[in-house]
Structure formats: C-alpha cells, structure tokens
Design a protein around this ligand. Structure first.
Ligand code: URA
Length: 254
C-alpha cells in the first residue's frame, strides 16, 4: 500500500522516533506468530506440458536390408525379400526388380552394375546391347549363361536416366548382394565396371584393377571392363580378351 506521507515527512518522523530511542520497527497491532493460517499455502502445481507427439523412429535401411537378407534361405526367398524392401528410392522409378539370369550354382558368377532400359522391361540382367556383347565374350571362352554362368547386378532396379547409383543406394543393397553370392555358391566372381568394384572390393579404378585377381566375400574375384564401356571404347577389347583368358585359365586349372 502506498504511504499517505511524503518522503520528507516520513523521514522526519523516523528520525524523531530513533531520537526517542526506538530500535525496532513494530506495527500498531501485535502479531500472533503461532497462529496457523486457515489454509496451508498451496503448493504450486508444476505445469504439466502436453506430451510432444512421438517422432517417427528413423529406420536404418542397411540394418533392415541385413536382417531381411540374412533371413532368406534360398534364392527365391532372397528375391521375395528384395521385392519387399521399400527403402531404396530406385524402386519407385523402376518397372520391376531385376534379380538374376543364368544358371544358379554355376562356377562363375558375374556381377554387373544396374539394369538399363531393356533389363527394366524384361526383368533380366544384361539383355540389351551390352548383354549381347557379354554373351559373345563368354562364348569366346566356352561359357554360356544357360549352362555355366550366373548373372546379377549390384542394383536390382534401373536408376533414372541410367545415372550412377548413389553410395547410399549401393550401401543398402550390398547385404542383398552378399547373401546372393552366398546362396548362389559360385567358385569365382567376375565384377564388371567401377560400380561393381566399389560394391564388392570397396575400391574404384577399373583400368588399374582389371585382369588382376583379388579376394572378396571369401572368393577369388576378377574385375573386368564393363561391356557397355567396351561398346563405347572398342579398342579396349584387347585387354578384355586378355582378362577373359585369365578367367579361362583359372577355371581350367581347377
Ligand atoms: N549393365 C549392367 O551393368 N547390368 C545390366 O543388367 C545391363 C547393363
């Protein structure tokens, strides 16, 4: 409450009381300090914030892929698991899953990059121009997909405008590729082009890597030029031929 006295009057009255010997400030009315208030002071309610809406949990596509791939006990089950996998953007732009072609259980397994337009249409890997060249290359060393070669790709869906697959797309599809190799049980892997080298060996540089045996997924692996590259650079077919002979020697030596 505001005092009715102005400052100077109040100050003069206080000085006068101190002069008279007042030492404590005492009110006019005595205060019964033992008397309890009628009601206990109310504890302040902690303000309860409404619960924030639950954030959707972030899915780790690689973990989902690993678990789906591991549960597949056969190639058919693996194909079904890949068809059910919804975390790769490429699936939305593709007509269908391109799983494999050739002879499961063959000694040679070829891993290409990703389906192109023809493969997307037919649902089989390497059926376009690059695929026809691949068949001729294989025939030159007495291999044939209908008898002794099994073929798949790193990516089972066609990338839009045949763009290079992104590292995260390769990463999330790799567990399926690893399981694919384990279930197909080849003796050797042929990896065609840089994307396949990246996915299988974790390195690029096909010009340096080609024709040299490496080891991955517990198997001998030989990188080769991709047939689509050979269509653009026919002068490189000489090296491709030498790599095919390297493969032939290996297969005959066993
Ligand atoms: N190129 C590939 O790498 N794979 C195919 O299936 C077709 C073209």
């Amino acid at each position: 409450m505001e005092s009715a006295l102005d400052y100077h009057t109040a100050r003069a009255l206080l000085d006068w009381q101190i002069e008279l010997g007042a030492t404590d400030a005492i009110g006019d009315v005595p205060v019964e300090r033992y008397a309890l208030p009628d009601t206990a002071p109310k504890a302040k309610k902690p303000s309860v914030k409404p619960a924030a809406p639950e954030k959707p949990k972030k899915v780790d596509p690689v973990a989902v892929a690993k678990s789906a791939a591991q549960s597949a006990g056969s190639l058919d089950q693996l194909k079904a698991a890949m068809e059910a996998f919804d975390h790769c953007e490429l699936k939305r732009g593709a007509r269908q899953l391109v799983f494999s072609d050739g002879t499961p259980g063959a000694r040679v397994m070829i891993i290409g990059e990703a389906p192109g337009r023809e493969e997307d249409r037919e649902g089989k890997p390497f059926v376009g121009r690059a695929g026809q060249l691949l068949d001729r290359m294989l025939a030159a060393i007495d291999l044939d997909r209908s008898q002794n070669v099994y073929i798949t790709n790193v990516l089972p869906w066609r990338p839009p405008q045949n763009r290079d697959p992104k590292p995260e797309e390769i990463g999330m599809m790799k567990p399926f590729l690893e399981r694919h190799v384990a279930l197909a049980k080849p003796e050797v892997l042929v990896i065609m082009g840089n994307i396949s080298c990246q996915a299988v060996l974790g390195k690029r540089g096909i010009t340096r890597l080609r024709g040299k045996w490496d080891q991955a997924l517990n198997l001998p692996v030989i990188p080769m030029f991709h047939p689509a590259y050979l269509l653009r650079q026919p002068q490189m077919k000489r090296q491709a031929w030498s790599d095919l002979l390297e493969l032939k020697v290996r297969l005959e030596g066993k």
